[in-house]
Design a protein around this ligand. Structure first.
Ligand code: AMP
Ligand code: GLY
Length: 438
């Protein structure tokens, strides 16, 4: 089967790798892909945000099945375009992807369907936003309404910081994505992600994972797309999991009631508060880096699951999972999530991958003359599978220690919340916060 995976991050490397393990014979193309996907698939140069470009390329390559990784092409309607042209596709259409594409839309939806979430207000001008802030005070969370690669959210503990975040949105820091600003109550608790495959009728929840959004150890510094992740999540006990699953089921029912057909992955970003799990955000796709720990744990043939979802026969599928734990550490470019250089040589990937249970998923990388170079903010996802989370962490950090590139920074406390300690793994080191911005 000729398959096109759209995207070029660590998530897409993990998706391509899982598809390549399928018992079905596959020819996999990845657009645009990265240094990692180039080793197991054929990278195809194209603009992943341009639906027409993707359709033309898919037709030219004789693609029989397309899997859309990132949010931007989904929100841009790539799945609709391929579907209209008769190409089987995994990923929701533009209308369903609004659940991710607009935070205000998602919040209004949650309120309509009684889904627990933070109290909020939504504003299209600075004066009303600031006036609301006068009423509610700090701490507070300021969010650009649209897509901002995980960087459009500021958790502000000081009034000044909240004011600045609001001003930056309206000054165009996030372009049109910041034309509406959502201001919401700050919730307290551990975060957990629960993803589910759905074909619009059946919903198959996956195993929970815990991402680490802030750039620095101790959950300090600016928000990023995600700096590390592990699965399973001890903080999610059986009752909590049942509540999170019920929220996803209610979400699907709400979508159906609204006449929206959602096929793909429903991503619930939860915070586990004293009053139970509440939804921080929805996404309409695999998480990145969540996919890098969830897919290695999936025993079921991923291609069969994705095809069943696309063909609306997900009720025929059972998901089975490995009992092993997985933990992934993101190695990022110096300066990320701010500006950073690219083109820096990376050493030690093969050495790192030789640690038992370790896979190095590549994200922002490219290959030039046989050398792997940095090409993005999040560069590598160093992932380990092991019988326990503690072993997975030790293996992942042992592998991280074997990799070097100039300016690399990573968190040394991935998994600490689950393992009950905040101590960095032996030998691990990272740059100090003040060195982060150049
Ligand atoms: P979002 O993209 O909406 O999930 O926000 C990104 C990150 O910001 C979340 O993963 C949390 O770490 C943090 N965050 C967002 N909303 C809130 C909230 N209401 N209370 C506390 N933290 C939040
Ligand atoms: N890891 C968070 C996301 O994929 O949005």
């Amino acid at each position: 089967m000729r398959i096109l995976v759209v995207g070029g991050g660590g998530r897409e490397h993990a998706i391509v790798e899982a598809l390549a393990r399928s018992s079905t014979d596959t020819d996999i193309f990845c657009a645009p892909g990265n240094g990692g996907t180039a080793q197991i698939a054929q990278n195809v140069a194209l603009d992943p945000e341009n639906p027409m470009d993707i359709l033309l390329k898919a037709e030219e390559l004789g693609i029989e099945f397309a899997v859309i990784g990132p949010e931007v092409p989904l929100v841009a309607g790539v799945a609709d375009r391929l579907d209209d042209a008769g190409i089987r596709v995994f990923g929701p259409g533009m209308e369903a992807a609004r659940l991710e594409g607009s935070k205000q839309f998602a919040k209004d939806f949650m309120v309509r369907y009684g889904i627990p979430t933070a109290r909020y207000g939504a504003f299209t001008d600075e004066a009303s936003a600031l006036e609301y802030l006068d009423d509610v005070g700090v701490p507070i969370v300021v969010k650009a309404d649209g897509l901002a690669a995980g960087k459009g959210v500021t958790v502000a503990r000081e009034r000044e910081e909240a004011d600045r975040a609001i001003r930056e949105c309206f000054d165009g820091r996030f372009g049109m994505a910041g034309a509406t600003v959502v201001i919401e109550e700050m919730l307290v608790g551990q975060e957990a992600t629960l993803l589910a495959f759905t074909d619009g009728q059946t919903i198959l929840p996956m195993v929970p994972a815990q991402d680490h959004k802030p750039a620095l150890d101790g959950d300090l510094g600016p928000n990023t797309g995600g700096m590390g992740v592990y699965s399973p999540v001890p903080a999610v006990d059986a009752d909590t999991l049942a509540e999170m699953q019920a929220v996803l089921v209610r979400t699907m029912q709400g979508l159906r009631q609204d006449g929206v057909h959602f096929k793909g992955i429903l991503y619930g970003g939860f915070i586990l508060t004293e009053d139970g799990p509440k939804v921080l955000e929805y996404n309409a796709r695999f998480g990145d880096p969540e996919a890098q720990v969830i897919l290695p744990r999936l025993e079921t043939d991923l291609l069969e699951v994705l095809l069943a979802a696309a063909d609306e026969r997900l009720s025929e599928v059972d998901l089975t999972w490995k009992p092993d734990a997985a933990l992934s550490v993101v190695m990022a470019s110096g300066g990320y999530p701010g500006s950073y250089e690219t083109g820096i040589p990376i050493e030690g990937i093969a050495d790192a991958a030789a640690v038992p249970g370790v896979t190095v998923y590549q994200a922002g990388t490219r290959v030039e003359d046989g050398a792997v170079l940095t090409a993005g903010g999040r560069v590598l996802d160093v992932t380990a599978l092991a019988p326990t989370l503690a072993e997975a962490r030790d293996r992942a950090y042992e592998a991280v220690d074997r990799i070097s590139f100039e300016g690399a920074h990573y968190r040394t406390d991935i998994g600490a919340k689950a393992l009950g300690d905040a101590a960095p793994a032996a030998g691990a080191s990272s740059v100090a916060p003040e060195e982060m911005t150049r």
